[in-house]
Design a protein around this ligand. Structure first.
Ligand SMILES: Cc1cc2nc3c(=O)[nH]c(=O)nc-3n(C[C@H](O)[C@H](O)[C@H](O)COP(=O)(O)OP(=O)(O)OC[C@H]3O[C@@H](n4cnc5c(N)ncnc54)[C@H](O)[C@@H]3O)c2cc1C
Ligand SMILES: NC(=O)c1ccc[n+]([C@@H]2O[C@H](COP(=O)([O-])OP(=O)(O)OC[C@H]3O[C@@H](n4cnc5c(N)ncnc54)[C@H](OP(=O)(O)O)[C@@H]3O)[C@@H](O)[C@H]2O)c1
Ligand SMILES: *[C@@H]1O[C@H](CO)[C@@H](O)[C@H](O)[C@H]1NC(C)=O
Ligand SMILES: *[C@@H]1O[C@H](CO)[C@@H](O)[C@H](O)[C@H]1NC(C)=O
Length: 492
């Protein structure tokens, strides 16, 4: 009896071994591992998706991660958000590329989760699903005239100059003299800087060719960045404000009365806010030195921060039904510090302008009626990344926290989510004892539906073509602007 059992044992081991070889041969070309390994699927390949994957792979030597991305190309807002004149920020792509090339990670681009494959199907196929699909909508001002020609969301305007395929039709009209940007966050400053930068600076960035041509012909001479609260409540950071202050060919123009009482309040501000406010005061009130005065005298373009103003209506040119100005409510502040509230005074003010860009925040959208969504905060309700009332479902990035935070913040909160997931695997709260089919079944589903995913090496072909096209023009890359051409290059 003992002998037979030993034989069976050996036979069992041989069968197991053979199965493993079979599994290694099929699939995507990379070695696939024992199907007993925990399988995690990540939706979205922005910083949140990649940082979550990175931590999972590191924390569990057996976990396999598949990343699904709607576009044929990875990296989310690092490619389509970060300003073209901030190339150093995009270095995180090197780390993401290492993760994507890890033997236990696979990238499936051009797969629209929620449409090509449902969340339910992913939850069946994987032990865990992490939602990291970001914030692809935007907050609306909710005022009359918001849909007039000449009014754009910062999300669309940024998508346009950064080559997001869905925003290429925007072709904004830049034939007016004054542009008004609503909101005073870093996105607002990115937009202001791109609108006012000398074309020679933009020319050597990865800004798209159509945007470069439109900006070269732009008539915009004056950009007002309007906030509903005061100078001590701006949402931008000092580095970005300093870039405005130093932007060649431009000078600041502020309203001194907006800064009443600010100098006196400086001493009580926390340090980063204090330094930011000092820089603003300097630009607004101080008489510049001789050299700076000379620079300002030569500047033909103007930027200014405006405070205590909320949009109440975009005004139309009655003859052309396009933007002719904006009506602003005059506010006063109630309370002080970060939590101060804007309260209407009843006064209004009209500003003439031909371009209005609303930069009051991005917004996450629900992906599937079966996935919990908190409509007020526009996030997936979660505790440390564990989606409420949905075992095996997690979230990270802007979808988890709301649409604020730099890449480092997104990294932190994505690591936190990965930690929660690993904890649940280790504690048994998440059952990973039974095998799951993972990408094998999802690939079959996609094939049946006529969806052909783009692999990471396909993306590298696109990447190479873009860099080659850019080289000829002294740009880091010339971005491909349509999904069709991306696919064409990927499959060439
Ligand atoms: C204009 C702008 C400029 C910025 N500049 C900087 C900067 O200079 N420095 C800095 O540190 N931070 C910057 N940030 C912040 C930074 O971009 C964010 O912190 C970060 O990108 C958030 O990561 P995320 O992965 O949550 O979202 P995202 O980067 O938006 O990634 C989400 C991904 O999910 C994909 N996706 C969406 N829906 C689906 C679906 N249904 N199926 C599959 N995939 C889907 C999207 O295509 C996208 O690739 C900027 C943000 C903006 C908006
Ligand atoms: N260079 C960089 O590092 C960089 C570049 C771009 C973006 N980012 C980051 O990406 C994140 C998103 O940036 P963001 O600029 O979109 O958001 P943000 O920093 O949250 O700024 C939003 C701005 O819109 C205003 N606002 C919101 N709702 C409004 C309303 N209903 N009416 C009028 N004004 C309203 C806010 O004012 P209140 O304060 O009064 O609400 C604030 O000034 C931020 O964390 C930012 O730092 C970083
Ligand atoms: C609209 O057209 C009328 C008549 O052609 C002209 O007098 C008026 O100035 C125009 N208004 C604007 C805002 O362009
Ligand atoms: C990220 O987390 C680290 C460690 O907890 C912390 O020191 C750092 O300030 C955090 N960064 C951001 C941007 O939140």
């Amino acid at each position: 009896l003992v002998v037979i059992t030993a034989h069976e044992l050996v036979l069992g081991i041989i069968i197991l071994f053979l199965c493993k070889i079979v599994r290694c041969v099929n699939g995507c070309g990379k070695a696939s591992f024992s199907s007993c390994n925990p399988k995690v699927c990540i939706v979205g390949s922005g910083p949140a998706g990649f940082y979550t994957a990175q931590h999972l792979i590191k924390a569990r030597p057996d976990v396999e991660v598949d990343i699904f991305e709607r576009l044929p190309i990875p990296f989310g807002l690092v490619r389509f958000g970060v300003a073209p004149d901030h190339p150093e920020v995009k270095n995180v792509i090197n780390t993401f590329t290492q993760t994507a090339k890890h033997p236990r990670c696979n990238f499936y681009g051009h797969v629209n989760v929620g449409k090509d494959v449902s969340i339910e199907e992913l939850r069946q196929a994987y032990h865990a699903v992490v939602l990291s699909y970001g914030a692809e909508g935007n907050r609306r001002m909710g005022v009359p005239g918001e849909d007039l020609t000449g009014v754009y969301s910062a999300k669309d305007f940024v998508g346009w100059y950064n080559g997001l395929p869905s925003c290429q039709e925007l072709s904004p009209d830049l034939s007016c003299e004054t542009a008004v940007i609503l909101g005073q966050g870093n996105v607002a400053l990115d937009v202001a800087r791109v609108l006012l930068s000398p074309i020679d600076i933009l020319k050597s960035t990865d800004i798209t060719q159509p945007a470069l041509e439109a900006l070269a012909k732009s008539q915009v001479q004056r950009v007002l960045i309007v906030g509903r609260r005061g100078p001590m409540q701006v949402a931008c950071t000092i580095k970005e404000l300093r870039e405005m202050v130093n932007l060649p060919g431009t000078r600041p123009e502020m309203v001194a009365a907006d800064f009443d009482g600010v100098t006196a309040a400086l001493k009580d501000l926390p340090r980063p806010r204090k330094r930011l406010t000092e820089l603003m005061l300097k630009a607004a009130l101080e008489n510049p030195g001789e050299k700076e005065q000379e620079r300002r005298n030569k500047a033909s373009r103007i930027w200014g921060l405006r405070f205590f103003r909320s949009p109440i209506e975009v005004l139309a040119d009655p003859n052309h039904s396009r933007t002719a100005g904006i009506r602003l409510a005059v506010n006063r502040l109630e309370g002080s510090g970060e939590g101060a509230c804007a309260v209407l005074t009843g006064e209004v003010e009209d500003v003439t302008c031909g371009l209005v860009i609303s930069s009051i925040g991005y917004k996450s959208l629900p992906i599937d009626p079966l996935v919990p969504f908190e409509p007020r905060k526009a996030i997936v309700p979660n505790t440390m990344g564990r989606v409420h009332q949905a075992t095996g479902l997690y979230c990270s990035g802007w979808l988890k926290t709301g649409p604020t935070g730099v890449i480092a913040t997104t990294m932190n909160n994505s690591f936190d989510t990965a930690r929660s997931l690993v904890e649940d695997m280790n504690s048994g709260n998440l059952d990973v004892s039974s095998a799951k089919p993972g990408s094998q079944i999802v690939s079959a589903l996609l094939e049946k539906r006529g969806v052909k995913p783009v692999t990471f090496s396909d993306w590298e072909k696109i990447d190479n073509v873009e860099m080659r096209r850019g080289e000829a023009k002294g740009k880091p890359r010339e971005k491909i602007l349509t999904v069709d051409e991306m696919l064409q290059v990927a499959r060439a």
